[in-house]
Each structure stands twice: as structure tokens, then as C-alpha cells.
Design a protein around this ligand. Structure first.
Ligand SMILES: Nc1ncnc2c1ncn2[C@@H]1O[C@H](COP(=O)(O)OP(=O)(O)O)[C@@H](O)[C@H]1O
Ligand SMILES: [Mg+2]
Length: 341
């Protein structure tokens, strides 16, 4: 029986340690070796050597843990097809590309709009023509909207769009809190067109995936984001990410502060309960696969009608959640492989 668990990385990206690996890769593999009888190995995905890698993994891998941030790889569709081919040959893939394509992209917010974790006022503009015809009305209705590119990360491609009384528009990008000014909605829409890419006709996974998700602006982002970190269907931590004062973005790069807390803590009871319910809402999008290996459900607070706290899902991350600053979670990841011995 094949007895090796692999982590697959991409050589490039800003997520590497001094040795060229993600700093959490070796700790995860070490934990797997400690917790199980599996051997472990690290490989790199190189698009021009993918067939050799495919054969090698088919021959040697019991399971493959994908640790590539899609933002670092141009050929994401090709990579997902590669993972799918491996999965179809019987190798366990964490996280399966059919799951990543559904959960990791922001259009899941529009799909979940009628569920308890979602927000009714979320929508997805797949084509620029949809956007140009619908967004002006949406913005007029709310005065302020958040636009998220379907496959962005770390605040890139997330815009806070505000309509001023004089009809002019201010757009703030979450990645760096930079502001852009537009005389009116027409100027904004026409300058936004460049952000819409065409569908790639050769893509297997990415059909229908280009575009932007429009969300209600949740002003309680000033209180931070609440991140539930999960291993499969088990919440292992709750992280309170607080943006710097006055900033729109709560990403680590923008200077937000992180605090990891125990999910059993009484103060997180509601969000954990909601998350467990959310797991059921997500089930139809798993295509029969398991929940992601190591992933997050991020929430922003809002109010219920009675003034109590309401958590609204703002993002799911499941392609490559880092645990570099909290390496003890490697053990939770390793336990997933324990029962299969
Ligand atoms: N609906 C929203 N209301 C207010 N702020 C938001 C909203 N959605 C996202 N943001 C802000 O934008 C940042 C980036 O958005 P997010 O959905 O987390 O995408 P990503 O982390 O992939 O870039 C968040 O950390 C948060 O500060
Ligand atoms: Mg985020």
C-alpha cells in the first residue's frame, strides 16, 4: 500500500520561508509523522513538468495536501485539473478541487444569500454587461457597496464604493486603503470595465467564474472580522482580526491584529453554532467530497432587528490557510490522517 503523504507547493510566492518552503509545510508533515505511520514528502508543482509529477504521485502518494495559494499561480485551472486527475486515480486530495472551486471563490456569498450565514443583498455580476446595467441601481439603493473580485485574496480586488451626495464616487481598495475619485457613476462604470476578464474557453474549472460579487457594506467591520478556523467539520479556533483604526481592510498585510481563541469559549458560542449550521448549507457545494482540510469561515458583525449581534459570512478561505504563527494546529491537521491507518 502507498504510504506517503505529500504536500504540494508552488516555487514562487510571498508565502515562503528562508528555505523556499512555506514555513508551515514542514511542521505539518512532522506532525503527520508523529501522529501516524505515514511517511511524508514535499514536491513543487511546475506546469511544464506536470505529467512527470502526476505519474510520480500516482505511484507514491496515499494523499496529497495542496498548499498553493491560487493568487500565486497563473495556471490555476490547469492545476485544478491536475489535482482532479490525481483524485480520479485514487489519491486522496486535500482539498479536492471540486470543493475549492465552489467554496474558495467569493460567488459562494451570492449562492448562500438565502441561508442563515449569508446576506440576502449579495449578488454576483459575471459579465461586465450585467455589472454596467445593474450596479448603478444597486449603488443608488444603498449609497455604499463592497465589490469583491471573484478570486482575489488578501484584500486585492476588494473595493468599497461610496456614492457622494453630489453624485461623485469614491472607491477605496482594501489591499492598501487607497482611494480613487470619479466624477459620476458613468465614469466609475467605464473605468471599472478593465477589471472584468473574458471567460477562458479552454478552462475546465473556471467557466462562469470571472466577475465581481456585490455585498452590503457592513460598518461593523470597524470591530474586526471573526474568523472560525476549521479542520474538516471541526472548528479548532476563533480568530478576532481587528483592522487598524479607520482602515477598511482587516487583512494581516494591512496591519490588522490577530488573536487566536478557544472555540469553546462562551463568547464564541453563537458563531460556532451558526458555523455548524453553515456546514449544512455548504454541503450541497461539496460535490460529494469532504469539507476542506484546513479552512476558515470569516464573519463580519451586523445587528438583528432586536439589536442583538448577527454574524454575516464575508469569505471562505480553503485553498491554503496559513498556520505559520500557530504551528500547534499542525497536530489537528495530522489527526485527519490518523484514522485511516
Ligand atoms: N461586506 C463588507 N463590509 C465591510 N467590509 C468588508 C466587507 N467585505 C470585506 N470587507 C473588508 O475587505 C477586506 C477583504 O475582503 P475579503 O472578503 O476578506 O477578501 P480577501 O481577504 O480575499 O481579499 C476584509 O478583510 C474586510 O476588511
Ligand atoms: Mg479576507
Amino acid at each position: 500500500m502507498k504510504n506517503t503523504i505529500f504536500i504540494i507547493e508552488y516555487a514562487k510566492g510571498n508565502d515562503k520561508g528562508f528555505d523556499g518552503f512555506r514555513p508551515d509545510t514542514k511542521p505539518i508533515l512532522r506532525a503527520i509523522e508523529e501522529e501516524t505511520d505515514f511517511e511524508t514528502e514535499i514536491v513543487f508543482f511546475k506546469p511544464n513538468k506536470k505529467y512527470q509529477l502526476l505519474e510520480y504521485l500516482k505511484k507514491n502518494a496515499f494523499a496529497v495536501i495542496s498548499r498553493i495559494n491560487p493568487g500565486n499561480l497563473k495556471q490555476v485551472d490547469e492545476y485544478f485539473q491536475f489535482l482532479k486527475a490525481l483524485a480520479d486515480s485514487g489519491v486522496e486530495i486535500h482539498t479536492h478541487p471540486d470543493v475549492m472551486i465552489n467554496l474558495d471563490f467569493k460567488d459562494i456569498l451570492a449562492k448562500l444569500r438565502d441561508s442563515k450565514i449569508g446576506d440576502k443583498e449579495s449578488n454576483f455580476y459575471h459579465k461586465f454587461s450585467d455589472f454596467a446595467s445593474k450596479f448603478p441601481e444597486d449603488l443608488k439603493k444603498y449609497g455604499i457597496r463592497v465589490l469583491k473580485t471573484n478570486y482575489g485574496s488578501t484584500g486585492e480586488g476588494v473595493y468599497l464604493v461610496r456614492l457622494q451626495d453630489d453624485g461623485s464616487i469614491i472607491s477605496t481598495e482594501a489591499v492598501n486603503n487607497e482611494k480613487y475619485y470619479f466624477d459620476d457613476i458613468h465614469e466609475f462604470i467605464s473605468k471599472f470595465e478593465k477589471n472584468f476578464e473574458d471567460d477562458n474557453e479552454y478552462a475546465a474549472y473556471f467557466q462562469g467564474k470571472v466577475g465581481f460579487v456585490g455585498c452590503r457594506y457592513l460598518e461593523r467591520i470597524s470591530e474586526g472580522e471573526i474568523r472560525v478556523l476549521l479542520v474538516n467539520d471541526k472548528p479548532i479556533s476563533v480568530v478576532h482580526k481587528k483592522p487598524q483604526d479607520g482602515a477598511f481592510s482587516a487583512t494581516l498585510f494591512s496591519g490588522a491584529k490577530y488573536k487566536y481563541e478557544n472555540p469553546e469559549d462562551e463568547k464564541w458560542k453563537d458563531v460556532i453554532e451558526l458555523t455548524k449550521q453553515g456546514l449544512l448549507d455548504l454541503r450541497p457545494y461539496l460535490q460529494g467530497q469532504n469539507y476542506p482540510l484546513l479552512w476558515t469561515m470569516d464573519y463580519i458583525l451586523d445587528y438583528n432587528e432586536d439589536g442583538s449581534d448577527k454574524y454575516i459570512l464575508s469569505e471562505i478561505n480553503c485553498s491554503c490557510v496559513g498556520i505559520t504563527t500557530e504551528l500547534h494546529y499542525a497536530k489537528e491537521v495530522a489527526k485527519v490522517f490518523k484514522k485511516k491507518e
